[in-house]
Write a protein that binds this ligand. Sequence first.
Ligand SMILES: [Zn+2]
Length: 196
Amino acid sequence: MALSRQLTPTPVLLDFLAWAARSGYSVREHPAYGGVTPGVHRTGSWHADGLAADLNHGPNGPAERARLIVALGEAEQRGLATTYARDGTVGSASGHQNHLHVDVGEWSNLGRGLVRRTPPTRSSATAVARPAAPGDPVLRSVQARLNRDYPAYSRLVVDGVEGPATRTAVAEFQRRSGLVPDGVAGPLTRVRLGLP
Ligand SMILES: [Zn+2]
């Protein structure tokens, strides 16, 4: 999934994959772990370039799900991006219900749309709690909904702050919905997004 620029160094991914293999996961779709399946991932994809891999753990089911969530936490701690329908909802991670996708990029998707990862820092390894979300809660829900339902043109930081990227995505949604594309998520726009 070439969704974004590389944020985490490749050796971090390789270390993680070594941990996963040691811990009983089957590591797939990576050049160092059996190669990349033609037709599943294209040449030039992050999988083919060794910047992404897919994990499984035994047969699909609740036991595997629990193990994949463990690996997801491990990957996140190391600063890697993950794609997995973590909450069991299909959402926009629908292609990733039965395996955990890990890559070195800046975007994670846990089933509710893309979330930008912050670069790993020395102190983040020990940080446990995430900071409270800032900004306007109404605008946050707009950003999250655009990311979830219109990922082709919405890869927004869900921060409740009305920056240029948010205004551009809102305007694009308005244009496609026949609304006045002023980039401001007013009541009519929010209704069209299916928000209360
Ligand atoms: Zn993948």
